[in-house]
Design a protein. Sequence first.
Length: 431
Amino acid sequence: MEIKNKKIAIIGLGYVGLPLAIEFGKKYSVVGFDINKNRIHELNEGKDKTNEADLDGLRIAMELRRSSNELGLEFSSDTSGLKTCNIFIVTVPTPIDKFKAPDLTPLLKASEMIASVLKKGDIVIYESTVYPGCTEEDCVPALEKHSGLKFNIDFFCGYSPERINPGDKVNTLTKIKKVTSGSTPEIADIVDNLYKSIIEAGTHKAPSLKVAEASKAIENAQRDVNISFVNELALIFDRIGIDTNDVIEAAGTKWNFLKYKPGLVGGHCIGVDPYYLAHKAESLGYHPQVILSGRRVNDNMGMFVANKVVKLMIGKGLSIKGSDVLILGFTFKENCPDVRNTKVVDIYNELVQYDLNVHVYDPWADSDEVKVEYGIQLLEKQVFPNFNQYRAIVLAVAHTEFSDLSIKSSDSLVIYDLKGVLPRACVDQRL
């Protein structure tokens, strides 16, 4: 299969799939597929609610398709449009369930759908984060069962882990080195050359699918463990009565100290991927100690913040039951509309348990999405909150809009600055 003859299908058009579809659409014939018809309608109108798309690039790729049947990008929710494709790239979510076990449902559904149009010689490349071995042990059997074809004889697979950093406008898709792999040496070369054609930063060809899968899992597990360490320090220093950020600044004067900051660990990667790695380890009879202990620390930080806010209110003699509390920010990170696996919801839920009236304001989050996913009604974006009605304010996300707020703690107001955004003299405590 020569690169010029490839027709690519991108399965899943979220934070990962859309940027990929746009870049490939500038050089190849690409079908961007998503089961969400509203998403397809939105993209056909040149809009993107995730704010991840290069809209100029989107326009160029779509206009290229209109002027040529052999190149460019089109969007569809109809599987019939996938029948002429010979490269399928899967970018669907890989979440965890309520028991913190991997939920492969979206991945396996996508595999079954691809299998219905799979032909001899086709290649299926997975970008979704999984545990080492998942492609061959879970996805390939689904492809074989529903296509009637044989792996590495009739069709082939690749794995190239996504490295999208939502909200980051500097380290974008083409600027981040891409790990690639294939199910045979020949397919590995094809997959690597395919990504090389769009990734300016270059590629790293891993020796196997499992190595590529493991590389993604440990990237995020490493960050998770490092953040859990400073979060645990924050718990200790809170009892000592010193500011964690002050300690980190002092220790950071040594050249080899890693200046991780304490905070909530949510999102689609760091708060999820370690559980995939732990799941694989446990299936092989090894119970990981460091990975899971780090997860426990990070998962409990929302509860710690909420309880600390209540203690600060009590310390000022403020009434708890029925008092109004405001949380500023709900997305999992700053200047980004992504609310997937946000840990701000843990602060919200814990405060509600104290019979507090908890309001949430976030100028970046989609109110309808938050309502559907979390059952929380955000304050209207058009009206900035009136701070006078609140007895406590928690600055949970460092959106740019919050950097110059003119608020100050008082005898009747507790301010907890989780992100260290506000001047220290204005707040009661930082994480």
